[in-house]
Design a protein around this ligand. Structure first.
Ligand code: 5GP
Ligand code: ZN
Length: 116
């Protein structure tokens, strides 16, 4: 655990979150500032700064993370109409919290992937 990391502190129960899904290796909770009717963050319980880091360090945990995101999408009722899975990475990607997290977004048409 990284004591300075917001999401490690959520995993540790030090900061409250609305948890919607949990496995041995992952936690999923609602984004505090939702950008769509469904906006859930899915994280590994172990600290990795971004998706490249976890993919290189722990392929099994990476697979767990994607499976958890898919389970959240299904549980939130998003499979019929679709959804978006986003890993913001680094400065140009707009990453603000450096504990890897998948954004599961849906519940309305989400528009263009990015603005030009
Ligand atoms: P990023 O910009 O790093 O891809 O996404 C970080 C996300 O974390 C943002 O969507 C932001 O709203 C969310 N967030 C920031 N602080 C908290 C918090 O304390 N609790 C929850 N549930 N979400 C947070
Ligand atoms: Zn962390």
């Amino acid at each position: 655990m990284d004591n300075d990391c917001l999401f490690c502190r959520i995993v540790a129960g030090e900061i409250p979150a609305t948890v919607v899904h949990e496995t041995d290796t992952t936690l999923a909770f609602r984004d505090i500032d939702p950008k769509a009717p469904v906006h859930v963050l899915v994280i590994p319980k172990e600290h990795h700064p971004d998706v490249a880091a976890i993919a290189n360090a722990d392929p099994a945990a990476t697979a767990d993370l994607l499976a958890a995101a898919a389970a959240v999408a299904e549980a939130e009722g998003l499979l019929a109409d679709g959804y978006r899975l986003i890993f913001n990475s680094g400065a140009h990607g707009g990453q603000e919290v450096f504990h890897v997290h998948a954004h599961v977004l849906g519940g309305r048409p989400l528009g263009p992937m990015v603005s030009r």
